[in-house]
Design a protein around this ligand. Structure first.
Ligand code: TRP
Length: 335
């Protein structure tokens, strides 16, 4: 699996519900492609999910589902390292060390912290505040070269580089500085009901998001009711026609067609035909994933076995960096 000459890509996804078409086209689908060219490490960020309250039983279930979903989307455990964050104790340990290398001021400036504390004023826990330090630890433990992150996480990646630079300066070179990775094929998918905001798992309007496990009928129905405009012309213009442009983005991401090709394909046709075509393309793309998932989620022992293998390997790799870090900061190593 490991190839010394390949660069390391690392990314995490929170187990906060079934991925949306946005997660899939924006991230997970590229994760699959990257397996061929990089050493890829993907994990379910269950520790990060603790910053928001979720029913414990639900968290367990969502963690298992998220793991199965990655595999169902084509992440191959023969090629990539896939694991659950909390199964590798190095993350929690490294998180504390990173906490002690992070400044109150810089953490206070994180926009995600400001947004989430505004959204959940009754649960502004310390974990929400130190979240970027835990994330920095995730990345630095594996000496990742590239981290594919969405726009909402670029500030955390910048923060990671700042912490790593400071640490290297204070204690001597230990960490590689990770860079952001922005896959060409990554599409930014917007809500089907409010195309000016991003498609989100937590949207309360079920018509706004496509779950990657939605069946064909549901998918077609949701696309049929997607918000467009009254011009009746399929033309790419995200400012003036955000709804239609979003549907074009989705269609282009799946079929590989350019915006010009899509415009001429639907020239003179109404939105009805266009929406049906987009819905059908999405349904066809997601069908095998849904089928894979249905099979995997029933095979509890297979999933547990894969999680165990992933955790062992992740721990082996991360522990090398963690031991170095402990030595550098002067923690006495246990004999
Ligand atoms: N914070 C990321 C998110 O919510 C998840 C995450 C946790 C992550 N640790 C990471 C992503 C390390 C990339 C690298 O999307």
């Amino acid at each position: 699996m490991e190839n010394e000459t390949k660069k390391i890509i690392l990314s995490g996804i929170q187990p906060t519900g079934v991925f949306t078409l946005g997660n899939y086209l924006g991230a997970v689908r590229s994760w699959k492609k990257m397996q061929e060219d990089y050493n890829c490490y993907y994990f379910i960020a269950d520790l990060h999910s603790m910053t928001i309250h979720i029913d414990p039983q639900k968290r367990r279930q969502q963690t298992r589902e998220a793991f199965a979903l990655l595999l169902a989307c084509g992440i191959d455990t023969e090629k990539s390292l896939v694991f659950v964050q909390s199964h590798n104790k190095c993350h929690a340990e490294m998180g504390w060390i990173m906490d002690c290398c992070s400044q109150f001021g810089e953490l206070s400036r994180m926009t995600q912290f400001k947004d989430k504390s505004a959204k959940h004023p009754d649960n502004i826990n310390a974990g929400l505040f130190t979240y970027p330090a835990l994330m920095a630890g995730d990345i630095l433990l594996y000496q990742a070269d590239y981290v594919p992150v969405g726009a909402d996480q670029t500030q955390h990646l910048e923060f990671t580089r700042d912490v790593a630079t400071r640490f290297n300066h204070t204690y001597g070179e230990v960490f590689k500085l990770p860079e952001g990775y922005f896959p060409k094929a990554g599409a930014r998918v917007m809500s089907l009901q409010d195309p000016t905001s991003k498609m989100s798992k937590s949207d309360t309007n079920p018509k706004a998001t496509i779950s990657i496990l939605d069946d064909e009928k549901t998918i077609l129905k949701k696309f049929k009711s997607a918000v467009t405009d009254s011009e009746a012309c399929v033309r790419f213009d995200p400012d003036k026609k955000p709804g239609v442009s979003n549907l074009m983005t989705i269609y282009s991401a799946i079929t590989g067609k350019t915006m010009e090709e899509i415009e001429s394909e639907f020239a003179g046709k109404g939105y009805g035909d266009f929406k049906a075509a987009v819905g059908q393309a999405v349904a066809d793309e997601l069908r095998p994933i849904r089928e894979n998932f249905a099979r995997l989620i029933q095979d509890r022992s297979y999933l547990e076995e894969e999680m165990k293998k992933g955790a062992e390997r992740a721990t082996y790799i991360a522990n090398k960096t963690l031991t170095k870090v402990k030595k550098r900061v002067g923690l006495l190593l246990a004999k």
